[in-house]
Design a protein around this ligand. Structure first.
Ligand SMILES: [Zn+2]
Length: 73
């Protein structure tokens, strides 16, 4: 059996993504948690999904702002 293999789905680490790093998380099936090797973020599937949703909302706002700035230029 492979150790430290990825979960059913590949989730991007939300903590790293906030720093513009696109890191896939690993799945610990003993704890039923996802974890990131880079930043030590650990969370359940729900935690990861909830954080990703928050980031998506933030990114939408940021993209909007950039678009408006480009327009003003
Ligand atoms: Zn991370």
């Amino acid at each position: 059996m492979a150790q430290g293999r990825k979960g059913r789905l590949n989730y991007r680490c939300p903590a790293c993504f906030m720093r513009d790093l696109d890191i896939d998380m690993f799945y610990d099936k003993d704890k039923d948690e996802y974890y990131c090797l880079r930043c030590q973020f650990t969370g359940s599937e729900e935690d990861v999904l909830a954080m990703n949703e928050q980031i998506k909302k933030k990114y939408k706002v940021m993209l909007k702002r950039i678009t408006v700035d480009d327009y003003a230029d």
